[in-house]
Every structure is written in C-alpha cells, then in structure tokens.
Ligand binder design. Sequence first.
Ligand code: ATP
Length: 457
Amino acid sequence: MPESRAAKMIRESFQSGRPLTYIHSPEEQRVVLVLEEVSRGSADSPPLPLWTWSITEGMRRAGSSAEPGAETARGALDFIVACQTPAIFHLKDFHEPLRESSEVRRRLRDVYESCRDQRKFVVITSPVRSLPEEIERSVLFLELRPPDLVELVEFLRDETRRNSLGEAPEAVLQQVARALQGLTLDEARYALRRALAGGRQLGHDSLPAVLEEKRLLVNRSGVIEFVDSGTDLNDVGGLDGLKKWLLERRKLFEMRESISAEIVPKGLLMMGIPGCGKSLCVKAIASCFQLPLYRVDMTEIFSGRHGKAEGVFVQACRMMEDMAPAVLWFDEIEMGLKTTETGGEQGRIFGFFLTWMQEKTRGLFVAATANRIESLPAEMIRKGRFDEVFFVDLPLEDEMIEIFRIHLLRRKVDISNFNLPQMTQFTVGWTGAEIEQCVISAITRARLADREVTESD
Ligand code: ATP
C-alpha cells in the first residue's frame, strides 16, 4: 500500500534522528491514524510499538490497560525514560502540562537525551501551537496539511466498511477521494454523510454531494468561489489558436506526474477587451481538463474585509494547493498585482505570486484574466511566468458567424434559413457579448409578437 504524505513526513523526521516532534493539528483522530501507519513500518523502516498517553487515559498500547505510575504528565515522561526498547510515544494535548509545570519542561529535556539514537520517538500533538522557549530548539514542529489521496482512499475504505456499505470499486474510491481533496478528515466525513444519506451506496453519483460540501467550505473563505463551469470548448466561438493550444496542453497536464516539471503546463494569461469571452474560456478550460474551477476574487482580497491583503492572498494560494488538481482562476488580476518596483504590500504580493507560480504544485493550472493591459506589470507578461499569453481581440467575420450560430442554436432557433454571413455586415466591431445580446433581443422581439424568430429580427 502506498504511504500517505503525512506518514512520510513523520517517518522522515524520525529517520533524521529527531526524538521530539510537535504536531499542530485540530484533527487528533487523524494524527492517531497517521501514527498507526508510521508504526506499522515501511520498506526502509521496521515496525515500532505505539504508546499513547492522555491525562484521562494514562499511558497504554491499543487494547491494553493503562500502565501504573504513568497517569500524570511527569509519570509519562519517567515511563519513556525508563523504556529500554524502541517505540513511538504519542502524548496528547501535552502543551498544557508543558505550559504549566517547570518540572515537566525540565523532564522533557531529559527525555530528549534518553531518546537520542535509541529509536525512541516522542510525538506531542495539540490543536494549539504552544511551545515553551527553552524546549523549542529541541523539538521539530510540524503542521499537518489536509489529507492526501492515499489517506482519503483509506478513509473511504474504512468508512464504507464501518457502515456496512460493501467495498466500493477502486475507481470510485479514487474519484471520490479526489473530489474530497482539500478537506480535513472531519469535513470529509460530513461530505460523505451527505453523499450517503438515505442509505445510498458510494458511487460516481456521490460526487455532486461531495462537491457541494467543498463548495461550501471554499465559499466560506470569502475570497475564493467554486464555479460550476458546465461550458465546453464548443461553446466558444473563434479563438482557434487558444483552443488548439489547450487541447495540446491537456495531454501534458494529464501526464504531469510522469514528465519533467519544466514542461508541465503552469497556466495562461488572457487579456483583452471585455465581453470577448475570457471568462467563457476559463470555464471551458476547466471542462476541457475535467477539473473543478475555483475563482479568486482580487477585489475581495483587497477589500480589507478579510484581514490584511497580503496574508489573505498567501493563504488563498496555499489553500488551493490542497485542492489540487484544479483550475485556479485569478479574475481581473491587474487589480491586485502591481510591479515589485512599487514596493509596499502590492509589490510584495506580486513578488510572492511570481515565486509561487514557479513552485506551486503540478496539479494546479492557473488561468489569469485581465481587462486593462496597461495596468499589468511588464514582469507578468514576460515569457516564462505563464506558459502563454493570449490577447483576446474582437471577433473576426468568421468568428462572428460562429458566435451567432452558438447562441442561436443554444436557444433552439432553427437557423436553416438564416444567412449568417450577411448578418455580420451590421456587427463590425462588436464583441461576443454584444452578439449574444443581439440574439436575445431578437428572440424577445419575436416572442412578444408571438412568432418564430427570423433573420430580420
Ligand atoms: P469581462 O471581462 O467583462 O467579464 P470577458 O472577456 O470575460 O469579459 P465573457 O464574460 O466571457 O467576456 O463574455 C460574456 C458573454 O458573451 C459570455 O458568457 C458569452 O455568452 C458571450 N461571448 C463572448 N465571447 C464569446 C465567444 N467568443 N463565443 C461565444 N460566446 C461569447
């Protein structure tokens, strides 16, 4: 079975020889599962017994009674010092005794010495970050990121087994787990309950309920919105260069884990005249790549309603990394990203964005759109930041015909008697949005007169 990202992180910290680790996480249940995974061992590390201590349950191994004399925090540390064999010791909520007692702090330093090179590992877990200064340097501090695919698949397998739902096919487990990415295990549990309400089985049709939970979570952030795309490339008239490029990149994006990072598509920047289909294209990209679409609202980030813009922006980018694979849409990117030369907060945000674009996870494809090209910093447009920069211009004659056709057909108008090329003589200089409005006006006019729409409308 593959190893989860969290288990790997903890195992590597043990392998580096660090006897003390502090895991900051509100998900204690999950930490227990991850430590159990580590204790089972892996190809290059043998199994280790797992001891767990809490103020209410004392020190014990799974299925055994508490060890006498190790009920208190001090007693637990004495037990670890006295233990002669390799093991993992999980100390739950140990930040409390550490904060309150100088004797416990002192004893923890003895534990550090007694565990060194003995393959005895102490893991303190707590929902708060609270480390006394004198032991901070001896402790490796870890922050648990949300569960990855491996953990989520295991979680789904466990939950379906526990609820006697029978084993779901591997493909379903993978698909649902992918949809759950970015959620904590607790949130994933709520999402799963929603999907299985009324005794339903876990299947491909569980996805809408799971995605709904995710939509609520993301929308709660106030600056990121889950967008229901439902648009495909055929809904976009013209822009053939962009479509061709996307279809080629889709292939590379799907191969992202097996090819060199350099050629994994990072994203594109689309700029140009409002109403020519930039937003439409972003939605079509998400459908084309078969990925969920999230929109970052730059105006909201700079509104001050969610705290300092810099922190909110960084947090939004980090949160999205946990949601990968996904398409991330920065709408009106020119609103927030000003050149680094201006300094200040906007300059710093821009600097962060450029580095983040280079380092972000392979599973995120960034689609940035901008209306006011003149406000975009030159560094942004320079090759290398995005894979490609597209200028979305007014449609040419052929493209206008295609846009007319798309909007008429979408509204079920029979166009067999229409001379579409002739119509374009009236629409020189129009945007796609204006052509769509023209179609809507014509249909409205015909409906008011209680007849079918004609070319003259
Ligand atoms: P803005 O920056 O103002 O949002 P935009 O460039 O993102 O403008 P869209 O919002 O994508 O433009 O376009 C508005 C609507 O116009 C679209 O929802 C679509 O219905 C129609 N439209 C625009 N361009 C095209 C096109 N090339 N093909 C089909 N429809 C189009």
